[in-house]
Design a protein around this ligand. Structure first.
Ligand code: OGA
Ligand code: MN
Length: 300
């Protein structure tokens, strides 16, 4: 039975039906999913029942699995394998964490608009977030289409952002929330890296903004001018017409394209209700920005 595609929003989010991701994919299904991925930024698979290994096996179709941020943080105890980003609000013994939990401080950054692993080398390509339990109120995830947002920019803005290079770091997004208590090894692990503000997608040929709250500076620009421009671009890109809100059900797996989308978690009472979400993320080509960086005369 071939997969079915139902668009949730035109050209951006689609639900993929009639597929069991616990089974190895047929070549036809894999090809259909790849084609859907090129067209849409967000693909939703419902009613899945996956082991961690099945989740990772599916993710590998989209490139090498990256290691989670927590596994890069020196001395951090992990609840899950290092290829899984633990998006749950649980301690290693399975209890809901308390307000001062250190990982919580990091994870609250997920409530800011961002794309995954723009601050890593290589950068994030796809993310696959799998829902194992939900909170009764809140805890949705919102997505923004950065290709459509790029297409919707006016000529003056296009001209202004042409060739700009931004610096991304996990530390910048966490500093926005007032969290500055980083160890020296963390500062080294998450040192800022240069990425173009506009990119071209290899498969579709479409142009996209490459935006995230992980951006702290734009090279060659005053910090105040850079922050104003970024705030303006993020406000534009997250207008209602460019977004999709996903309300999770247990068993949903949502796949998104980190090259051309942003997302953010919506609030929920995370010191009261368990919400168990696990993410696999794959890496893009290491030299994906070689052309843009060389054209701007910059190195990463
Ligand atoms: C993520 C993320 C937001 C959420 O998994 O990368 O940002 O709603 N999640 O949990
Ligand atoms: Mn994220």
């Amino acid at each position: 039975m071939p997969i079915t595609l139902s668009a949730m929003t035109p050209g951006f989010a689609a639900e993929v039906g009639d597929i069991d991701l616990a089974q190895p994919l047929s070549p036809a299904d894999e090809q259909a999913i790849r084609a859907a991925f090129t067209e849409y930024g967000v693909l939703i698979f419902t009613a899945q029942n996956l082991t961690v290994q099945q989740h990772l096996d599916f993710a590998k179709i989209f490139g090498p699995l990256e290691r989670s941020v927590a596994s890069i943080m020196p001395g951090q105890a992990l609840r899950v394998r290092e290829e899984i980003a633990d998006i749950a609000n649980l301690t290693p013994d399975g209890k809901v964490w308390d307000k001062d939990n250190r990982l919580r401080q990091f994870q609250l950054g997920n409530r800011l608009w961002h794309t995954d692993s723009s601050f890593k080398q290589p950068t994030g390509y796809t993310s696959m977030l799998y829902c194992r339990s939900v909170a009764p109120v809140g805890g949705h995830t919102e997505f923004a289409d950065l290709r459509a947002a790029y297409d919707g920019l006016d000529a003056a803005t296009l001209d202004k952002i042409d060739g700009l290079i931004a610096e991304h770091s996990l530390l910048y997004s966490r500093e926005r929330l007032g969290f500055t208590d980083f160890s020296e090894p963390e500062r080294i692990a998450f040192a800022p890296l240069a990425r173009p503000l506009v990119r071209t997608l290899a498969d579709s040929g479409r142009r996209s903004l490459y935006l995230a709250s992980h951006i702290g500076r734009i090279r060659g620009m005053d910090d105040s001018a850079a922050q104003t421009l970024l705030a303006q671009l993020i406000a534009h890109a997250t207008e209602r017409r460019f977004t999709y809100l996903h309300r999770w059900r247990v068993g949903d797996l949502v796949l998104w394209d980190n090259r051309c989308t942003m997302h953010r978690g919506t609030p929920f009472d995370d010191t009261r209700f368990a919400r168990d979400m696990q993410r696999a993320t794959t890496s893009d080509r290491p030299d994906v920005f070689a052309h843009e960086l060389a054209a701007a005369g910059q190195v990463a």
